[in-house]
Write a protein that binds this ligand. Structure first.
Ligand code: NDP
Length: 434
């Protein structure tokens, strides 16, 4: 708090993790001697830089870029890039901190990082996005590398942006390497990466459901957001036999009691880059409601928040519980406020926290790195099967850690503890850098 008092999202993420670690610190006095917690909350490196670019009117625009290289104990830094006007140092640090634990949970050799800019891609032309990405990479390239730091996509960074960033890196370094993940399939991308976070989320929820003797079959599901994670969470939940009845964007939400027609959503969001509102104009019987927060008043059995941080607050959580929701799992990063998490844990809702439930994206990025190193491409089925195995493992490790440390059924604590212990022990093994 002394150093980071003006960074609320960062403090929120750190507080949640530290609270869950209390039983671990009690059992492991060596952690205090090695200053593990203090070292883990302080990023290894935080880079801030100017990104200037020329808009279509010929005017120079200036944004700010960040890359936090949080922890490299278990592998090269790894984490996405976010382009959104709300991005600031606090958000980048909270995301990088969470990423360290998430990457550790996947079982793959990846450290934690995150980056991005307060650039708003909305309403920008293709050429403006390209010039921004090229300028961003013109600074970032000196800090990253296939064995140093491998960025990926996040909010506002999809295949188009990764392509521009990769092209500029290659041009500056004269080196064709897997320095970014989420790449196009013609230049080293992995099949199933696009689907991975949403599919992985549903594989994780499937394990949660199984442990309670039930399944997705016939369940009503609400998915917030309509971006990459939300679309593929919807796709897999529907393949598992559930009915997704609501989705949203930052302006409002749609409800379709017949089950959302995902082909229409994909056309609007992936092809036309339009607004979710247009769904109700195209599909008979569907309705659109202004204001995204209202989505949690739609009754459901399973809620999957897949838009952004703090989108589901204490009141929304109470409404979900009142309407009979029994399972919540986070596709987005920290979408539930601390009050919402508390409500779920105390009301018997089985809750899957982001760093476990949405780890499928970065896990598949790890698989993309492996394929790049091998100079091979696996089939969709091979990648999907590996992803499935990783998500089952994450669920088992998180629920076992919760049980071992006296908080059975609390996957928040379980995921934090399992992710933490591996990084902590590795930091101890590698010695202290003064
Ligand atoms: P996209 O940019 O593809 O989609 C983001 C979605 O969230 C859009 O529907 C967007 O609506 C909505 N959204 C963004 N900001 C807000 C806001 N302030 N209020 C309400 N809605 C908002 O991003 P992703 O799907 O990739 O990411 C979604 C979440 O999942 C993020 O938290 C991200 O960190 C997390 N995540 C993503 C992974 C991935 O592989 N992509 C991996 C792990 C986590 P609009 O179009 O109106 O902005």
């Amino acid at each position: 708090v002394r150093r980071d008092g003006n960074e609320p999202e960062f403090l929120q993420a750190v507080r949640e993790v530290l609270e869950s670690l209390e039983p671990v610190v009690a059992k492991r006095p060596d952690l205090e001697r090695y200053g593990i917690v203090e070292r883990m909350v302080e990023p290894e490196r935080m880079i801030t830089f100017r990104v200037s670019w020329v808009d279509d009117a010929g005017k120079v625009q200036v944004n700010r870029g960040w890359r936090v290289q949080y922890n490299s104990a278990v592998g090269p830094y790894k984490g996405g890039l976010r382009l959104h006007p709300s991005v600031n140092a606090s958000i980048i640090k909270f995301l990088g901190f969470e990423q360290t634990f998430k990457n550790s949970l996947t079982g793959l050799p990846m450290g934690g990082a995150k980056g991005g800019s307060d650039f708003d891609p909305k309403g920008k032309s293709d050429m403006e996005v390209m010039r921004f990405c090229q300028s961003f990479m013109t600074e970032l390239y000196r800090h990253i590398g296939e064995n140093t730091d491998v960025p990926a996509g996040d909010i506002g960074v999809g295949a188009r942006e990764i392509g521009y960033l990769f092209g500029q890196y290659k041009r500056l370094r004269n080196d064709f390497v897997g320095v970014l993940t989420g790449k196009g399939l013609t230049y080293g991308g992995s099949l199933a990466r696009k689907e991975a976070t949403g599919y992985g989320l549903c594989y994780f929820v499937n394990e949660m459901l199984k442990s309670k003797g039930t399944s997705f079959e016939g369940k009503r599901v609400v998915v917030s957001g309509s971006g990459n994670v939300a679309i593929y969470a919807n796709e897999k939940a529907s393949q598992f036999g559930a009915k997704v009845v609501a989705m949203s964007d930052s302006n409002g939400y749609i409800v379709d009691e017949n089950g959302i027609d995902l082909a229409v959503v994909k056309q609007i969001k992936e092809v036309e880059r339009g607004r979710i509102k247009e769904y109700a104009e195209r599909v008979k019987g569907a309705k659109y409601v202004e204001g995204c927060a209202g989505i949690w008043s739609v009754p459901c059995d399973i809620a999957l928040p897949c838009a952004t941080q703090n989108e589901l607050d204490g009141d929304a959580a109470k409404t979900l519980v009142k309407n009979g929701c029994k399972f919540v799992a986070e596709g987005a990063n920290m979408p539930s406020t601390p009050e919402a998490v508390e409500t779920f844990l105390s009301s018997g809702v089985y809750f899957g926290p982001a760093k476990a439930a949405n780890a499928g994206g970065v896990a598949t990025s790890g698989l993309e790195m492996s394929q790049n190193s091998l100079r091979l491409s696996w089939t969709f089925e091979e990648v999907d099967e590996k992803l499935h195995g990783i998500m089952v493992n994450i669920y088992e490790n998180a629920s076992k850690a919760a049980k071992d440390y006296g908080c059975e059924g609390n996957l928040v604590a379980g995921a934090n503890i399992a992710g933490f212990l591996k990084v902590a022990d590795t930091m101890i093994a590698q010695g202290v850098a003064y």
